[in-house]
Design a protein around this ligand. Structure first.
Ligand SMILES: [Zn+2]
Length: 248
């Protein structure tokens, strides 16, 4: 029942995130209404019906919305279900659901545009921090606040140093994203040593994953291409969040 509810929420939320991606990639101007990416004709509220939206085409120019909308929806369903099985307490589950929605959105944007836009990243960091503080207060989990802030500082600081040392490979957006990821990786369990371990796992998985994907990509394309690092960081963080035992 609980998992069905999570799937329903993911499918309702998905089309809205699809629009955020379209806007961030510059295909849509920011407007109150959902419009066609090709001819900018208004699509009406029926274009937001979960799942049915995958099959819709624009009424005026016939342009199909493409595979991005189903892809976003399915990634969101998968991460909501996995997180729903991982966290029992809804007060803890909610902030991680928010995190996964942000990560799906930013990963698709980064894969397409090689950018992590400030107007998505900064509000997410502030919302994440707010939820961590409020929920920790509610649960009497003060230690969690310290390890969350420590995690944010550690992952953000490390990638910040890499950004200074190796600017073309590590963008400023990755450093800001790392603040958000470190916050949630730290929050799982109090204690500095455990947090350092989890942050190390995130970095190993992210650099390893990006390395393998980058190598395969360059072999297929036979030339050097820039691989966006955001999705690798996002996947690595979700894996560590899902498998680490944690107290909360
Ligand atoms: Zn159109």
């Amino acid at each position: 029942m609980r998992l069905l509810a999570l799937i329903a929420v993911a499918l309702i939320l998905g089309p809205f995130l699809g629009i955020v991606v379209d806007r961030a990639a510059g295909r849509l101007r920011v407007q109150f209404e959902h419009r066609c990416v090709s001819c900018q004709a208004g699509q009406g509220t029926s274009s937001m019906i979960p799942v049915l939206t995958w099959f819709r085409s624009c009424g005026r120019c016939g342009r199909h919305k493409g595979v991005r909308y189903p892809a976003v929806d399915l990634m969101l369903v998968a991460s909501f279900v996995l997180l729903g099985r991982r966290f029992d307490d809804p007060r803890v589950l909610m902030p991680y659901l928010l995190l996964s929605a942000v990560l799906v959105t930013l990963s698709v944007i980064d894969a397409e545009t090689h950018l992590l836009p400030n107007n998505v990243v900064w509000p997410s960091i502030l919302a994440g921090l707010f939820l961590v503080l409020v929920v920790s207060g509610e649960l009497g989990y003060e230690q969690g606040i310290y390890s969350a802030l420590f995690g944010a500082g550690l992952l953000g600081g490390t990638l910040g140093l890499l950004h200074v040392a190796y600017e073309p490979g590590m963008g400023r957006g990755d450093v800001k994203l790392a603040l958000l990821l470190g916050l949630f990786v730290g929050w799982i369990e109090p204690g500095l040593i455990g947090t350092v371990q989890r942050i190390l796992y995130v970095m190993l998985l992210a650099f390893g994953g990006a390395g393998v994907v980058g190598l395969a990509y360059n072999m297929i394309r036979r030339r050097k291409g820039e691989i966006p690092f955001g999705p690798a960081l996002a996947v690595a963080t979700m894996l560590v969040v899902l498998v680490s035992p944690g107290l909360i």
